[in-house]
Design a binder for this molecule. Structure first.
Ligand SMILES: O=C(O)CCC(=O)C(=O)O
Ligand SMILES: [Fe+2]
Length: 350
């Protein structure tokens, strides 16, 4: 960090109450931090257990018999990967997990910067990566893999977008190494920040999702990866610009997490008036770009979009046209999808 940014960092850390200075530095420099025992094991295990109840009643699976788990297989190459609907329970963090709430406030610059911060709640849906022991060995994270993405399939992405202020991953079951933990490209923050800084008109969300044409060019610049591991009750806070992907779980240790987007009360700000602290999310962006402030102003309207799987035929055609125009413009400015992309199911603009 530059000396001036270090001063800003110390000011922000001085206001944190759950994150230690070490946690905060980890988040700024590595793009994520694991907060241990951020919420009770009871909440975690009750969500994981109701997820199994749902899977057993909806599919012909038995939680004790890994050979049955493949019956939920959803995505290509990721057997046993499933999202549960839950029972509609709500866990208001302020009431039942104040440490989890405060940890998020610590990285976002205060609870008042979180939309409905004092009523922020988790549901009881879960994402299971159940474990599919088969002949294919575990693969470590790497560039040439499918499904890398930036979260946020429902809005036009700007450098300061408030819709996905933070990516949070509450852990509901033990995640051992090589057992289905999410893969993070921890040095992808800079590539994503540079892209967004270059495009004040914003980026169509389809460009940065799993099949997004921009992803291969971005992930290609990463050399540093981690897989998330942890225990029930741990909360992983991930910077919104960190590219990540689902990993294949070849073990018999099922994994349950959630992925909760935190919405900010307003856009991020990279040139705050004296007396106002930057959030750690903002400091991470400034640090990644090697600057102390950025005068960012979006030049196109913020826009909510229907996520691609839910669009009507007509909407699909319309968004595809818009994306095609964006892709062509990017190509003409020299941002071209690398050749290998199509072999891993990404789009391409070349
Ligand atoms: O299941 C995982 O490991 C990651 C899920 C994810 O990236 C997402 O839901 O956006
Ligand atoms: Fe994601």
């Amino acid at each position: 960090m530059t000396p001036q940014l270090e001063i800003e960092f110390q000011r922000t850390v001085g206001q944190a109450s759950v994150l230690t200075a070490e946690d905060a530095r980890h988040f700024v420099e590595r793009g994520y931090v694991v907060i241990h025992d951020a919420f009770s094991r009871e909440i975690a295990t009750s969500i994981a257990s109701s997820a199994w109840d749902e899977l057993e009643s909806e599919y012909d699976v038995d939680r004790r018999t890994p050979a049955t788990w493949q019956r939920n297989a959803e995505g290509a190459g990721i057997g046993g990967y499933v999202r549960t609907k839950g029972n509609g329970r709500k866990f208001v963090l302020n009431d039942v997990a104040p440490k989890a709430l405060q940890a998020q406030a610590d990285v976002l610059g205060g609870i008042e910067r979180i939309r409905n911060g004092d009523r922020l709640a988790w549901g009881d849906t879960a994402i299971g990566n159940l474990g599919m022991p088969d002949e294919r060995p575990w693969q470590p994270p790497g560039v040439h893999q499918r499904g890398w993405h930036k979260d946020g399939w429902h809005f036009r992405h700007f450098l300061d977008s408030p819709e996905q202020g933070l990516l949070t991953v509450p852990i509901y079951s033990s995640i051992a190494p090589r057992s289905g933990g999410t893969f993070l490209a921890i040095d992808s923050l800079r590539a994503v920040a540079e892209l967004l800084a270059e495009h004040p008109e914003g980026i169509h969300p389809d460009g940065v999702q799993g099949a997004g044409y921009l992803i291969p060019g971005l992930i290609e610049r990463s050399t540093s990866f981690v897989e998330l591991t942890g225990e029930p009750g741990d909360l992983v806070l991930v910077h919104p610009f960190i590219l990540h992907r689902v990993s294949r779980n070849p073990s018999t240790r099922p994994r349950f997490i959630a992925n909760v987007a935190v919405v900010l009360d307003g856009p991020m700000c990279f040139s705050r008036p004296a007396g106002e602290c930057f959030s750690l999310v903002e400091i991470a962006v400034l640090n990644a770009l090697g600057v102390e402030t950025i005068d960012f102003a979006a030049t196109a309207a913020r826009e909510a979009l229907k996520p691609s799987p839910f669009r009507s035929a007509e909407e699909r055609v319309r968004e595809r046209r818009r994306l095609d125009v964006e892709m062509a413009k990017m190509a003409s400015r020299g941002r071209r999808t690398p050749r290998w992309a199509v072999d891993f199911d990404y789009g391409t603009n070349v």
